[in-house]
Ligand binder design. Sequence first.
Ligand code: PGA
Length: 263
Amino acid sequence: MAAVTRTPLIAGNWKMNLDHLQSIAFVQKLSWTLSDARHDFGDVEVAVFPPFTDLRSVQTLVNGDDLPVRFGGQDVSAHDEGAYTGEISGAFLAALDCRYVIVGHSERRQYHGESDEDIAAKVSAAHRHGLVPVVCVGETAEDLEQHGPSAVPVAQLRVALGGARKGSEVVVAYEPVWAIGSGQAATSEQAQQVCQALRAVVAEVLGDEAAAATRILYGGSVKAANIAGFMREADIDGALVGGASLQLEEFASIARYQKHVGT
Ligand code: PGA
């Protein structure tokens, strides 16, 4: 596969935490902490995914103070507008300068019954509105036992990417469900093995060039103490961080993993 440099992405999925006032304080402090530490945001991109009700506040802060932190939504409707109570259109996210949107997080799959086809429709909606979907895939502990580590995430990604527009950017997040919020992260070798298989799926569906350019993140109990190990792997280009993304110093330290590679 062609050698390209992929800018690592450290993404914080806040889930249903922090209201709009707390989000402003958090993003401000995060930017200050990283800027004080001379973090090069061009070298390692940092993004946060606040609840929908925070996005306008985050946008106003980021644009007003010209902060280098990127942001996105945690979900998007497959529809553009209309009678879909409770849904949020990609058009609204784009109007708030969201760059990214998470689609297919395992909590959406589990609690909202989202299927791979639903997720493909959301990938398509994201691309229609110029958003970069962060497509989450991952196996449960049961899947792991029955099918091994890659079969389920590979099958999920193949369907989800069916909604992608060729030439539009996608980010993939491999998040083993058993590792999310459990404190038990995958080993970097396990994660690399699956991420390599996922890159092959991107190649199969979107072509070799897209596969070489696509960032594949690992997620599931990522913290400052284990990030460097993941980032040393050839096919892991960043992390989707849940719990630790709500702890300012911890998340800043994850973003600054290059300072502790080798520790
Ligand atoms: P965690 O969550 O870092 O708390 O395990 C990751 C995620 O759900 O994206």
